[in-house]
Write a protein that binds this ligand. Structure first.
Ligand code: ZN
Ligand code: MN
Length: 151
């Protein structure tokens, strides 16, 4: 398993569309707008944030449409859901595969640093446990640069 360099951002929308079409899902203008936002949003928006962004273009969009589209993409492995105990889950449509996240506990900013050591870490984990790794969840929590300055 690699961090998926083959997933280039400009092809994300096309990939999502192809996947939905191959499963006979109808692409409504609202759904297309949700896909477009998810394919370029690198800040891991919540469903509510996606809703706010789609609403500027389609004021009649409902939050239910957002949730339905997210559920669909999750089922097709075209979006990564970051679950949080407070229920405000966040979504990464730009990298729909497991990757490490750095999460600010003050402003809830979420970053995707590329870690050279990830492959080594997975290999070590596998060697020490004898497991064949299917996926991982690797979240780091801390205080971001901006929030440190504001302290
Ligand atoms: Zn912060
Ligand atoms: Mn991410």
């Amino acid at each position: 398993m690699t961090q998926g360099d083959e997933f280039e951002q400009q092809t994300r929308l096309e990939r999502m569309l192809a996947k939905l079409k191959s499963h006979d899902f109808r692409i409504t203008p609202q759904r297309l707008a949700v896909l477009r936002i998810l394919s370029v949003s690198e800040d891991h928006p919540s469903a509510e944030q996606i809703y706010e962004r789609v609403k500027t273009e389609f004021p009649t969009t409902s939050l239910a449409t957002i949730y339905k589209t997210i559920a669909l993409l999750k089922e097709l492995n075209e979006i990564l859901e970051l679950g949080f105990p407070d229920g405000r889950n966040r979504y990464d449509g730009t990298k729909p595969f497991p990757h490490p996240h750095m999460i600010c506990t003050k402003c809830r900013k979420i970053m995707d640093p590329y870690l050279i050591s990830l492959d080594d870490l997975m290999q070590e984990m596998s060697e020490k446990t004898g497991f064949r790794i299917s996926y991982h969840r690797l979240d780091f929590f801390g205080v971001c640069r901006e929030c440190q300055k504001a302290e």
